[in-house]
Design a protein around this ligand. Structure first.
Ligand SMILES: NC(=O)c1ccc[n+]([C@@H]2O[C@H](COP(=O)([O-])OP(=O)(O)OC[C@H]3O[C@@H](n4cnc5c(N)ncnc54)[C@H](OP(=O)(O)O)[C@@H]3O)[C@@H](O)[C@H]2O)c1
Length: 243
């Protein structure tokens, strides 16, 4: 078993990722109202945490690398720190590049999903910070295994996947997205090559959504002209189920 995973993203009408690049709100439309929809809608799912890729987490974490002297060699097993009943802030960080310096991001308890090859010193740093961690195989790329551990070790049932585009693409490729929740800004980026909300990083010709089909399950217009779309991800007709 793994948690139900909802990819919750805000985008321009051309599917781009960076709100700072979007055209401004039209006259009479409040940019603050538009900005506020993301967290408000996220709260409606009752999720027990959120997941982001290493790059996105690195922009939020404020810690610095520290060498922990005489770090003991520890087994590559999940470490559960004191969650204190908080939601989870989960980083997919195969090489252990993010430094936290505390046990939370915005009040949510940090769980690092790592590759087994990270150093003992890095693991000691995380334990000192009060951060939880678990392993996604030797290279940190066993995302299905990591999600299963979040269910069994942390007991979570619903998680939001909140970008960036590359980690969203990896989850899509693994068939790990159950639903897309997409907030479409009344705005455009418009520049070719700008990152989009799903940006699979794979070989030419690969189709990360192969075998999957999307069904529209909700469409709501929110204040200021933001459009909230919900799509359930189903097995495509005639395709084998993901393992
Ligand atoms: N619309 C929004 O408001 C919104 C939401 C979220 C993020 N963002 C922005 O998105 C930008 C980052 O997006 P991004 O797509 O470049 O990065 P990302 O998805 O945040 O992180 C990508 C990183 O995740 C790690 N990763 C782990 N497993 C992976 C796998 N199987 N496939 C690919 N990567 C994997 C890799 O770290 P290593 O390189 O260490 O291996 C990779 O470089 C940031 O600027 C952030 O601000 C915007």
């Amino acid at each position: 078993m793994r948690p139900f995973i909802i990819c919750h993203m805000v985008t321009s009408i051309d599917g781009r990722l960076h709100p700072s690049r979007f055209t401004p709100a039209a006259v009479g439309v409040s940019a603050d109202v538009l900005r506020g929809h993301y967290e408000a809608v996220a709260g409606r799912f009752g999720a027990e945490g959120w997941i982001v890729g290493r790059k996105t987490m690195a922009e939020m974490a404020k810690g610095h690398e520290r060498a922990v002297a005489d770090a003991p060699a520890v087994a590559r097993e999940p470490h559960v720190a004191d969650q204190k009943g908080r939601s989870l802030a989960i980083a997919i960080d195969p090489a252990g590049r993010v430094h936290y310096g505390r046990d939370n991001i915005g009040g949510d308890h940090v769980v690092a999903v790592l590759g087994e090859r990270v150093s003992d010193s890095y693991l000691a740093e995380l334990r000192e910070d009060g951060v939880s961690y678990l392993f996604a195989g030797p290279e940190g790329d066993d995302l299905p295994g990591a999600m299963a551990q979040l269910a069994t070790v942390f007991g979570v049932r619903t998680l939001l996947l909140e970008g960036g585009g590359r980690i969203n693409g990896a989850f899509l490729r693994h068939g790990l997205i159950d639903e897309f929740s997409t907030l479409i800004h009344p705005a455009i980026d418009g520049v070719a090559g700008t990152p989009s909300i799903v940006d699979y990083d794979g070989a030419d010709g690969e189709r990360p959504g192969a075998g999957q089909a999307l069904r529209l399950i909700g469409c709501e217009t929110l204040d200021g002209g933001m459009v909230w779309l919900r799509h359930a991800v189903e097995q495509a007709p005639g395709s084998a189920a993901h393992g």
